[in-house]
Design a protein around this ligand. Sequence first.
Ligand code: GTP
Ligand code: MG
Length: 196
Amino acid sequence: MKIKSAVFEKSAPTRAEAPRLVLPEFAFIGRSNVGKSSLLNLLAEKKDLARVSDLPGKTQLINFYTINLNWRLVDLPGYGYAHVAKTQRADFNEAAADYLEHRENLKATFVLIDPRHEPHAIDLAFVEWIVEAGVPFSIVFTKIDKQSNSQTQAGIDRFLRASGVDQLDPAPGFFATSSKTKAGRSEILQFIAAQL
Ligand code: GTP
Ligand code: MG
């Protein structure tokens, strides 16, 4: 798919403020700093479309970007852990969860995972939630330029096993990407094009 235009449409704190005009949407979610905004910029071929930062938690709103005037990339707030008293609890952004469960024009969701690390409890909890919620999703393994292909493959296998995703029927699709080398870009765009 050729990207002819990519424009920031709107930042919305909740689904109620999402753009009224209904276009097919493709959402990206994952732990803070996993590379959501970088991946969006890679897909859109526009390096400053979404804000990239070393400081985690930059994207706190639901950001809508309209591509080729007829579909949207949606950057969802990263999830993390909330420190509540002495315990930690999984902290999914409520607006993101509500968007994923109820946005009618949401076509597909990409859950971003960094395959370099041991599966994080928060990622496993999120996958459990999204399976439970019945929201169709694919997994995007990010930053694959940071290690060898065999290490990436081992990380992917480890995550698919730990999350139980390899047991799902149908099994969700997955992609391996790098915003540095552009790996995975055309595969994701093809997947999106097939749903437009
Ligand atoms: P939040 O908005 O805070 O949730 O983060 P995010 O998931 O949008 O991550 P972002 O795209 O801002 O990237 C976080 C950091 O990782 C930045 O320093 C990026 O330059 C870096 N990064 C993102 N993708 C890649 C990648 O594919 N390869 C490498 N080497 N670095 C990456
Ligand atoms: Mg971001």
